[in-house]
Design a protein around this ligand. Structure first.
Ligand code: SAM
Length: 479
């Protein structure tokens, strides 16, 4: 690996010769492979490649090798997310500070590594707003969050400046903004060619702009989590110091064991609590994270804070009546008690979706200011005059779909891959006609409609496996 001379100088400015040699050696090694399991879905014991846990993430595991994820049906079913281990450290920041239900914004969220993780570690009853400014990346984010199956999520597609319409709205904001990507050199050598001092400066400026844009929408007393996957001090310590200085934020310390070998502050100023992952010290790629608290008195709940004139109640009524529009009994019958007790069912255009009752007011506010890509869990879609079960419902991990409503048909590996390629499914002739939930190793993959001589494949067209080759390793699963 040949590194740009300016990059080497930048690293050597905070490492002595001996440490730089270890760092350089680590960059020549293979990237570790790691996954994070979905705590709401079963992960059948196929994980023969699971080696050891990631110390800072309850459901994170290193794998001994990189399997062909595309050809693993459980990957498409959202049983796990393939995520670089160091970045799973987000769990510590959320877990140690967010102890009550919160409204969290993941501002730069695609493809969804940290959003899917946040879903699993935020206190129950929290709401996650996952935002991605680039349109096609917001689609990938939506796909990954749908597969993850967590209901208390809104996906938005907005520039950070749009959030100024929501002052003091969020309890937690994560900014995992675009960076110079030095921490990805080993995993993605193309990042080396894109690196330049000029680009570091562009990133540093952009990161500051993003923070400044979104800062007003953080509540006083709220948490700001700043992260990058780069090593240089300009985009890391310097930006954290800038946030402290310009925004008056207070940096917070995390309590972590020394054996994790996470490195601290690497600049010359007074030490501030920041967390660096360096590949010669921790098993993972380069990562940086800091937690800051917005100064000011912690206010009450959003609803009291934002509408002191009582507008809240009017909005709530409006929302409720819209959710009470006549719903086909057929759809209501598909849902569990959890769904009907704790979630409102909204009809909107040609879909029906569930959204947590306690968060409908926040949804209303988000809708007034932002471009919403997805909210809650879509349970039914209108096709012609018929409401059909939506893919989200299959992905909602059994929480919302009442058992026994649809016949369940387990698929073999080969059938599962065929289904995910959007091929026609053939079901045993005794399968009842109508909608059928297809599973692979007890994990729902999606729906098909059995029409007698064949079954129509309802897997989302745009998410299908496009590759027609089947790698040798995947073929082994057929045996
Ligand atoms: N948090 C993501 C995860 O864990 O999967 C990775 C985020 S990636 C480092 C940064 C994201 O910021 C990209 O998806 C990129 O499209 C988006 N982005 C690019 N320019 C941006 C801007 N000016 N403001 C906000 N986000 C931007």
């Amino acid at each position: 690996m040949i590194l740009p001379a300016d990059f080497e100088d930048s690293i050597r400015s905070f490492m002595d010769d001996e440490e730089y040699a270890s760092f350089f050696r680590a960059l020549q090694e293979n990237s570790p492979v790691s996954i994070r399991l979905n705590r709401r879905k079963p992960f059948p014991a196929t994980a023969d490649s699971v080696e050891e846990p990631v110390p800072w993430a309850r459901n994170g595991y290193y794998l001994s090798h990189r399997p062909s994820f595309t050809f693993d049906p459980l990957f498409h079913a959202g049983s796990y997310y393939v995520q670089e281990a160091s970045s799973m450290f987000l769990e510590q920041a959320i877990g140690q500070f967010a102890t009550e239900p919160v409204v969290m914004l993941d501002l730069c969220a695609a493809p969804g590594g940290k959003s899917t993780h946040a879903c699993d570690v935020l206190p129950e009853g929290s709401l996650l707003v996952a935002n991605e400014v680039i349109r096609n990346r917001s689609q990938i984010l939506t796909e990954n969050l749908t597969k993850w199956g967590h209901p208390d999520v809104v996906v938005t597609q907005n520039d950070p400046s749009a959030f100024s319409a929501l002052p003091a709205f969020f309890d937690v904001i994560l900014s995992d903004a675009p960076c110079s990507g030095e921490g990805m050199f080993r995993k993605d050598p193309a990042a080396i060619d894109e690196w330049s001092r000029e680009n570091v400066e562009i990133c540093r400026q952009r990161q500051r702009r993003i923070v400044a844009d979104v800062w007003p929408s953080l509540k006083p007393g709220g948490l700001f989590i700043y992260s990058t996957c780069t090593y240089n001090r300009e985009e890391n310590e310097e930006n954290v110091r800038w946030i402290c200085r310009e925004m008056g934020a207070e940096p917070l310390s995390l309590s972590i064991p020394a054996e994790w070998s996470v490195t601290g502050c690497r600049d010359a100023g007074d030490p501030i609590p920041v967390y660096r992952f360096l590949p010669h010290r921790t098993r993972g790629e380069g990562f940086f994270l800091a937690v800051l608290r917005k100064r000011g008195e912690e206010k009450g709940r959003i609803r009291e804070e934002r509408h002191p004139d009582g507008r809240t109640n009017r909005k709530k009524e409006r929302k409720k009546s819209s959710s009470d529009k006549e719903k086909p009994t057929k759809v209501l019958n598909w849902l569990t008690e959890t769904a009907t007790e704790h979630y409102d069912l909204f009809a909107e255009d040609d879909r029906m979706f569930l959204f947590p009752k306690r968060r409908t007011e926040e949804l209303d506010a988000l809708r007034q200011s932002l471009r919403i890509v997805r909210s809650g869990i879509t349970v039914a879609e209108l096709k012609g005059r018929d409401w059909i079960p939506a893919h989200d419902l299959a992905m909602s991990a059994g929480v919302f779909l009442r058992q026994g409503v649809f016949p369940v048909e387990p698929l073999s590996y080969e059938q599962a891959i065929g289904y995910l390629r959007k091929e026609t499914v053939s079901l045993p002739p005794e399968t009842p006609l109508g909608y059928v939930l297809l599973t692979y190793r007890d994990v729902p993959l999606g729906f098909a409609k059995h029409v007698g001589n064949r079954a129509n494949n309802l897997y989302p067209q745009e998410w299908r496996i496009r590759s027609t080759r089947l790698p040798e390793e995947a073929k082994a699963a057929l045996r």
